[in-house]
Write a protein that binds this ligand. Structure first.
Ligand code: AOS
Ligand code: ZN
Ligand code: ZN
Length: 391
């Protein structure tokens, strides 16, 4: 049993946790086979913020929203920011898009043609301009670049083109801004991917400088990969910038975080906490990167936030002294038992108390359903936009 003082420290940490939600999670999405349109989805970035505000209203820990350019391109970012502020939100990371133009058939920043590379870099620089306008700290870069066939292009030349593009964008960053580089082991390229793994992302970030950090998208690993090892290592090296939380069973499907493997999420959060990743000065951005193709979107985002909270609460309950003692004594079973005790704790009552203490309903999903928001948007919004695919 954790002591009273431990539990109250855990409560305080949970109250202060911030989880950033993705604008595209509120819009229609699907697979390459079908997008199932849902009633009431947002028609523009303003309405996406209205929906994100509901997640914040019922969870109290999701005040930031990631934007995606061009899906969330606005005429007036000050107006978008003011709309967010009125709803208790702030605009979060700016996500670039170099994967939807015909020009990028052979890649974007790694394309063999310098003209295409210029176009891609211009877009990334435009994203930094948007960060200046929105006050965003994070530029999140994910590249679909790669090749489909052996011999299609020169692997090392592509790495050099990538490094040049990143260096140009890095040089444009202002004070307090950073570049977050995301890796993904495959998809959409079939043979090589230009940023396939954390080693490649880490290497590029090291070359760039301290304002470049790695994004760990939990869905972007080969089956069986020990993601918590990557998290621990990057944190130790000061290069873990953010998470894109989601879960996957086979390939990357951007399912709700914690749905496929809640134990893995706990192990990740354990390494985060052990290695100082929850400390405010580390600025690890805990983002969701999910698409809700067949389920209702807002309650799915709420559920995802709750899943991260539950994994965090369990990880915070790990008896670190007992763990250290067992580790030093070489007592394998005792050390493992310390972790499993925390993992097997039902933290839902603790989180309900945390919410009540924040003036919230103990069950955010039920509170959302009771609020009437879903009925309201289904009646009021006609013709929602597609948020992108399989992102
Ligand atoms: C793509 O698979 C990545 O997960 C990206 O992080 C992300 O979903 C995209 O940039 C959003 O468009
Ligand atoms: Zn991602
Ligand atoms: Zn992804």
């Amino acid at each position: 049993m954790p002591s009273q003082s431990t539990v109250s420290a855990v409560r305080e940490t949970l109250k202060g946790q911030v989880i950033e939600t993705p604008s595209w999670g509120y819009g229609n999405s699907g697979t390459r086979f079908k997008v199932f349109a849902q009633a009431g989805v947002p028609r523009d970035p303003f309405e996406k913020l209205d929906d994100a505000a509901k997640v914040q209203e019922f969870t109290g820990v999701a005040p930031r929203v990631s934007l995606h350019i061009p899906w969330d391109k606005a005429e007036d970012y000050a107006a978008l920011g003011a709309h967010a502020a009125k709803r208790g939100l702030v605009l979060g990371a700016i996500n670039s898009n170099t994967f939807q133009d015909d020009a990028y058939r052979l890649g974007s920043v790694t394309h063999p043609d310098a003209g295409v590379r210029r176009k891609a870099v211009a877009h990334l620089l435009e994203c930094v301009d948007i960060m200046d306008a929105t006050g965003s700290r994070d530029l999140k870069l994910w590249f679909a670049d790669g090749t489909n066939y052996p011999g299609q292009d020169d692997i090392v030349a592509r790495q050099e083109r990538l490094a040049d593009a990143l260096a140009e964008v890095y040089a444009r960053l202002g004070d307090g801004q950073r570049l977050l580089l995301e890796y993904k082991f495959f998809e959409p390229a079939f043979y090589t991917t230009d940023v396939p793994d954390w080693g490649t992302a880490f290497r590029h970030c090291l070359k760039l400088g301290p304002k470049a950090q790695v994004v760990v998208d939990t869905g972007h690993h080969a089956p069986g990969t020990n993601i918590e090892f990557i998290v621990a290592t990057l944190l130790h090296e000061g290069r873990l910038g953010a998470f894109d939380f989601n879960s996957r069973f086979y390939a990357d499907d951007d399912l709700m975080v914690g749905a496929a493997d809640p134990f893995q999420l706990f192990r990740i959060m354990h390494e985060v906490i052990r290695n100082g990743g929850m400390d405010a000065e580390r600025n690890v951005n805990f983002m969701l990167d999910q698409c809700h193709n067949i389920e209702q979107k807002i309650p799915a985002v709420i559920r995802s936030v709750m899943n991260v909270q539950e994994a965090t609460a369990k990880a915070l309950l790990v008896d670190t002294e007992a763990l250290r003692a067992a580790q030093l004594a070489g007592d394998v079973l005792a050390a493992n038992a310390v972790l499993m005790d925390a993992y097997n704790t039902d933290v839902r009552p603790l989180l309900a108390e945390v919410r009540t203490g924040m003036g919230l309903a103990p069950d955010p999903v039920a509170a959302y359903h009771a609020s009437g928001w879903q009925r309201h948007i289904e009646a009021a919004r006609v013709g929602g936009e597609q948020a992108g695919w399989g992102a």
